[in-house]
Design a binder for this molecule. Structure first.
Ligand code: SAH
Ligand code: MG
Length: 204
């Protein structure tokens, strides 16, 4: 039976972030079953690399590549004084959140440097520049306010192959990702798997 590398799974479970193991394993299975050699996947919203390790291990086993997009400055709720602020992510000299060192250490510990490519910057700008129809898998878990998650969807959705996989996290009624999940249904996507707030959709 194929499985996630156990050392990677333990690292993923220990990493800071917001991806429970049952949902992480759904990321892993979707990527493992859906990707082939040289396929490309993108993750929008990496934080300290928790979801990155689940997706990255599947990509490594398949010979696919994962581009992990984040400006690493945190979402509004991760800032100093906000509910999800973590002092260990704070870079005092610049008075900013910086999750890149932690993300990078996790990718290195996980042995994923050859599989996972970090792309540091604003997700909308990067998505707008990205080649259309080039991705087999797209995981959106960046900023969760309606305007931000809608901007991510609009920028990135065209980069997905016609029969690619769209994964949305934190799809809970009343929050931004839920509106995008509804929008995706209007755009011809249907859901093939769900684990809590993690939804897997495709158009094929
Ligand atoms: N997937 C992660 C959690 C991501 S949290 C996990 O498994 O734990 C959301 C992330 O989106 C944060 O790291 C934040 O820096 C990033 N983000 C928010 N808005 C962004 C934007 N406009 N461009 C790039 N990254 C953004
Ligand atoms: Mg999330």
């Amino acid at each position: 039976m194929v499985e996630m590398d156990s050392a990677c799974r333990h690292l993923a479970m220990r990493a800071k972030g917001w991806m429970p193991d049952d949902q992480g394993m759904m990321l892993w299975r979707t990527a493992y079953n859906g990707l082939d050699v040289d396929d490309l996947a993108v993750e929008v919203g990496a934080y300290c690399g928790k979801s990155t390790i689940y997706l990255g291990d599947a990509c490594r086993q398949r010979g696919a590549r994962l581009y992990s997009v984040d400006h690493h400055r945190g979402s509004p709720e991760h800032q100093k004084g906000q509910p999800f602020f973590d002092p260990e992510t704070y870079f005092e000299p610049l008075d900013v959140v910086d999750t890149l060192p932690s993300w990078r250490a996790n990718i290195t510990y996980a042995g994923l440097e050859d599989t996972v490519i970090g792309v540091v910057g604003d997700s909308k700008i990067i998505g707008d520049d990205w080649a259309e129809g080039s991705l087999r898998l797209l995981f959106i878990d960046g900023g969760h306010e309606s305007a931000q998650v809608k901007a991510d969807y609009d920028a990135w959705m065209p980069t997905l192959e016609a029969d690619g996989f769209l994964l949305l996290h934190d799809v809970d009624p009343g929050v931004g990702p839920y509106e995008v999940w509804k929008q995706a249904h209007n755009d011809g996507f249907h859901e093939i798997f769900a684990q809590g707030s993690l939804k897997v959709l495709t158009r094929s």
